[in-house]
Design a protein around this ligand. Sequence first.
Ligand code: PMV
Length: 324
Amino acid sequence: MMKAKAKSPANIAFIKYWGKTDPITRVPQNNSISMCLSKMFSECEVEFRDDLKKDLIKFEGEKVVKDREKERIVKVLDRVRKIGNVNYRATVNTKNNFPKATGIASSASGMSAVTLAGLGALRIKVSKKELSKLARLASGTASRSIPDGFVEWERGNDSETSYAKTIFKPNFWKICDVVAVVSKKMKKVSSTKGHALANTSPFYQLRLQGMEKKIKKIKQAMKKRDFSKFGRIVEDEALNMHAVCITSQPPIIYWDPTTVEVMKRVIEWRNGGLESYFTIDAGPSVHVICLEKDCKIIAQRLRKINGVKEAIINRPSIGARLLS
Ligand code: PMV
């Protein structure tokens, strides 16, 4: 039987990946740092079969995936077929436990899961490093969903040297990411376009210049479990990335009014003694980073804000795994 199922988490970036050196290999312009999320993941089953003429890709067991989305997954299968030296077509069944394209990195969990399931189906074993590189080819952020816990994706110099690895295990630090889901609609500007436009912002080179120092600082704060220092860098970094988006040509504004409302509340709560920090990816949802002891009260408060559809408490998680 040439079948396997994989489960892979989404991840939240504390230091963002924004801009690629090469759109094909997705080698990034800078290192990024993230945490794998316990309550947001994809599950994907791949079966290679000798009776199929075409790959058949389904989302949540029913919807047949077509066009660009299909092409992206077929490319993953092609890569796996090449490694395994086989020519079988496959059925792919994939599902997320969270709304797609709301800035919660559905491509990270989805693309890492299909990569691992494809290899698993052909019983191909590769190191985590190789797996992270293969996932990167499918989606940049997917490279960070392979290793466990707190992860750094090294920019590297080329496709061979650009991969993610664990810097701290999941149980290293009891922090949470409470995701305030702001909209369940698909985002309007894909992150692929956003990466390509980054360089049109007058702030982009400035952002890159400050990166090495910022990464050094955040890693020091993480090592010491200095939550205040860490949180300030996380929030500052999110605003820095969005400053680039807003000043790209044409501008990309990922925020909704509710996004801004949540950001302001987080600052207010912090001034009132409830310490948390926000970060935002390429969509309107807000990730509120806090200590484990405060996650429940923060989720309660977020749910009361008009326009917040859901608040999901995530803890640090392991990376992609084969289920069968
Ligand atoms: O994987 P992509 O191409 O969707 O990149 C998205 C990058 C951000 O989520 C905005 C930041 C990050 O590092 O996760």
